[in-house]
Design a protein around this ligand. Structure first.
Ligand code: MN
Length: 498
């Protein structure tokens, strides 16, 4: 993810000149101290930049337009220290096009009981001024995030940090370019979708290439480059021959190394950050890209199997939103495969033929080489592992014909109860929230796909806020879901998103 920009967020404080210069000097000093404190907290993934206090229509408009035009600015944080008449904000807000956070905070934590006079009240009235400001945002139907609380509180800072990552997702969505090296699988419905509408709504560019064009890039990779990468694989992963001849095994692995290098060069040269493949349309490629795609996903590329470009873009989006996150646990494309329906142990094996991102792995990673049982190519080498435990989200972006719907499900990832010695693929295993039965019923009612974009690091709230910024429907399946209300959510979406 080295290509990620060093984004900044602007901190804009609202006030007015009714209370005199001394008050305005305090406002500026306080907001500077707050910006410095937030930057020093170590909680925020991006820097905040202090801006002079906004008190006039002209300056507000000018500042928002400067934010629009600054390529490093990923969003604006606004806060009304004193009362700031909200009509002054209309023109600026009308012209503002980037993510907006309304930080509803206050310079002081505690009421200064012994000393508080009317001057203090006038100077510190966010409780009052922020309501006036929020009113105009609501009147103007402006999508924004609201964070409430004392600015030194680490919980408040974590909420700002989380919103910053959502904002990066909103900003970077329009830079996602998906390379399709095959169409989606014949007869499959859920991997279809309106690519023009996807570009209008999300900014995604989704382009097709003949598979042999990328196969040529693979063939052009030298033996020495390929062998060097094979050596890296052999030093990094456990080799699991399972009775195969070591030299023959290594040749199969080398095919994937050559694909990894060739694909990455092709994607870099043509500026794509996500890719789809299709096991039934491989042209001159000797194997279905398995290990190669797994490694590319780990490097931050989005991927969707069987031509699933929506999942490819969503995986890329999750990689962007979690980039540089401390203790990140990973994100990947996954597919609902097989259930365990034993009472009390219900869950879903998540896997794919090959292409699961090793960022979600827990413990050692093996290279295996096994028949695919689909398609007509060599046995592909792949990375095999189990995934981490803990909470995650599974998302599915579907095209309902007249609109997109994002389904966001909270899941609890677990270890499988027993080893799976014969299964030659990486897996995850989870139980959907609120329980297997309700969670699965809701997913089916919403029309969720079998392919998902999954993350341990991104929250349902972040994905929902991203969807709101894109102007699409989002439905949540979580610990509070019950089927009767969930059906009402779907009905509401049917009416609202026409
Ligand atoms: Mn699939």
């Amino acid at each position: 993810m080295s290509e990620m920009k060093k984004y900044q967020f602007w901190f804009c404080t609202g006030s007015q000149d009714l209370y005199g210069d001394e008050c305005l000097a305090h406002v500026a000093a306080h907001s500077k101290e707050m910006v410095e404190g937030l930057n020093k907290s170590g909680v925020l993934p991006f820097e905040i930049v202090w801006k002079p206090t906004l008190i006039t229509n002209e300056l507000i408009r000018k500042t928002f337009n400067e934010a629009n035009n600054d390529p490093d600015c990923a969003g604006v944080i606004t806060w009304m220290h004193t009362f700031s008449p909200a009509k002054s904000w209309i023109l600026g807000l009308q012209e503002f096009r980037k993510p907006l956070l309304h930080l509803h905070t206050q310079y002081n934590e505690e009421i200064p009981y012994a000393t508080m006079d009317m001057d203090f009240m006038n100077e510190n009235q966010a409780a009052h001024g922020d309501r006036e400001y929020a009113h105009i945002l609501s009147r103007m139907r402006i999508e924004r995030k609201v964070v409430v609380g004392f600015w030194k509180d680490s919980e408040v800072q974590k909420k700002i940090a989380s919103w910053m990552r959502t904002a990066i997702g909103i900003m970077e969505s329009s830079h996602i370019r998906v390379c399709r090296v095959a169409d989606n699988m014949r007869n499959v419905a859920v991997t279809e979708g309106d690519k023009v509408e996807a570009q209008l709504k999300f900014g995604w560019e989704i382009d097709a290439y003949p598979v042999n064009e990328i196969a040529e890039a693979v063939a052009a990779v030298s033996a020495s480059d390929t062998n060097a990468l094979v050596d890296e694989y052999y030093s990094k992963y456990d080799i699991c021959l399972e009775g195969r001849d070591p030299e023959e095994f290594k040749k199969h692995v080398a095919v994937q190394a050559q694909i990894e290098i060739g694909f990455e060069r092709f994607l870099k040269e043509k500026n794509y950050q996500a890719i789809v493949t299709h096991f039934g349309d491989l042209g001159a490629l000797k194997q279905l890209p398995g290990l190669a795609i797994q490694r590319l996903m780990e490097k931050g590329y989005g991927f969707g199997a069987e031509g699933d470009w929506k999942v490819a873009a969503m995986v890329r989006l999750m990689k962007i939103m979690s980039a540089g996150m401390k203790d990140a646990k990973g994100s990947s494309m996954l597919e609902d495969y097989t259930y365990n329906l034993v009472k009390g142990k219900e869950g879903i094996i998540q896997a794919h033929m090959l292409e699961i991102c090793p960022s979600i792995s827990d413990g050692p990673i093996q290279i295996k080489c096994q028949p695919l049982s689909m398609g007509d190519r060599e046995d592909p080498a792949r990375l095999v592992f189990q995934s981490k435990t803990g909470a995650g989200i599974a998302t599915s972006l579907i095209d309902l014909g007249n609109r997109f719907r994002l389904i966001i499900q909270d899941v609890e990832c677990k270890k499988v109860e027993k080893p799976l010695p014969k299964l030659p693929t990486a897996i995850n295993f989870w139980t959907p929230q609120p329980d297997f039965y309700t969670g699965t019923e809701a997913w089916l009612l919403a029309g969720g796909a079998h392919h998902t974009a999954f993350s341990y690091d991104i929250t349902a709230e972040q994905m929902g806020d991203w969807a709101a910024a894109m102007g699409i429907e989002a439905v949540f399946i979580d610990k509070n879901t019950n089927i009767r209300d969930f059906k009402k959510d779907l009905m509401l979406g049917e009416v609202f998103y026409r």
